[in-house]
Design a protein around this ligand. Structure first.
Ligand SMILES: [Fe+2]
Ligand SMILES: [Fe+2]
Length: 270
């Protein structure tokens, strides 16, 4: 089966390209499931119920989040009620949301989804290693295909998580830095891995935000609004091919859809 994992959707530009591209990608790339990290979907930080529904309508089957999960508290009700959205599993146990989800692909195969936060250069959280062990143990054993989003800053941590879960997860894919890395591979145990699949949003930016604003604040110390940028919008993610019977990945392929690619992607009426 083929699973597309879309990296951090940033603000309106990110949402728009998801809405324009996903249906066409499902057809063209023969995708069975689409998972997306939506921690920056609402104005660059957080997620709202309306945007959650917009992404699901666009063809996203499951949503992961990150350090900005609770930036918009309206999302609490969705995190509590919806079966296809997960919180980082190493947040405090009292935090709102489910630690893992099982969603069904278009081919009928059930897929486990989880996400974890890194700890280097990030707010203190519980051990992602123990949380990874816990959610993999808690998922139903007949769910063989399992995708973990590791939302982390450091490539060393990312690589370590890939190796830690090699053979236990179908894919360990990174988010959070918003910069796609060119290291996609299938590890020896059959786990597809990439340090960061990259963001879905405006690349004419500083990780999605207006360059002039970030520059001014950095150079002068004056606070500014880090508005979401607008130029050179891309959808970044990776497509993992896996065997539903074993959960082992056989291939991973980087994906970058630019605005100029959209016309060719429109789902044709067949
Ligand atoms: Fe992000
Ligand atoms: Fe993040």
């Amino acid at each position: 089966m083929r699973i597309l994992f879309i990296g951090d959707i940033v603000g309106k530009p990110g949402r728009q390209i998801v809405c324009q591209a996903v249906q066409g990608l499902v057809a063209e790339k023969k995708l069975d499931l689409v998972i997306a990290n939506a921690e920056n979907a609402a104005g660059g930080s957080g997620l709202t119920p309306a945007i959650y529904r917009e992404l699901i309508r666009a063809g996203v089957d499951a949503i992961t989040l990150g350090d900005h999960i609770y930036r918009r508290r309206e999302i609490y009700s969705v995190l509590e009620s919806e079966p296809n959205i997960v919180k980082p599993a190493n947040l405090p146990p009292e935090s709102v949301g489910r630690e893992w989800a099982v969603v069904q692909g278009r081919n009928g195969v059930r897929v486990g989804v989880g996400c974890l936060l890194g700890r280097l250069f990030m707010k203190p959280v519980d051990s992602p290693w123990q949380a990874a062990d816990r959610i993999l143990a808690d998922m139903p054993s007949d769910v063989r295909v399992r995708l973990i989003d590791f939302h982390a800053e450091a490539t060393s941590d990312m690589q370590l998580m890939g190796r830690y879960l090699d053979g236990r997860a179908t894919a360990v894919l990174g988010t959070h830095t918003h910069v796609p890395t060119a290291d996609e591979c299938v590890l020896p145990g059959g786990t597809a891995f990439q340090c960061d699949v990259g963001m879905t949003g405006p690349f004419e930016s500083i990780i999605g935000r207006r360059i002039d604003r970030v520059m001014e604040t950095t150079l002068t110390g004056r606070p500014t609004e880090f508005d979401v940028a607008t130029g050179d919008v891309r959808l970044c993610g990776s497509i993992v091919t896996a065997d539903p019977a074993t959960g082992r990945a056989s291939a991973i392929e980087r994906l970058c859809v630019r605005e100029s690619d959209l016309a060719a992607l429109q789902p044709s009426e067949k």
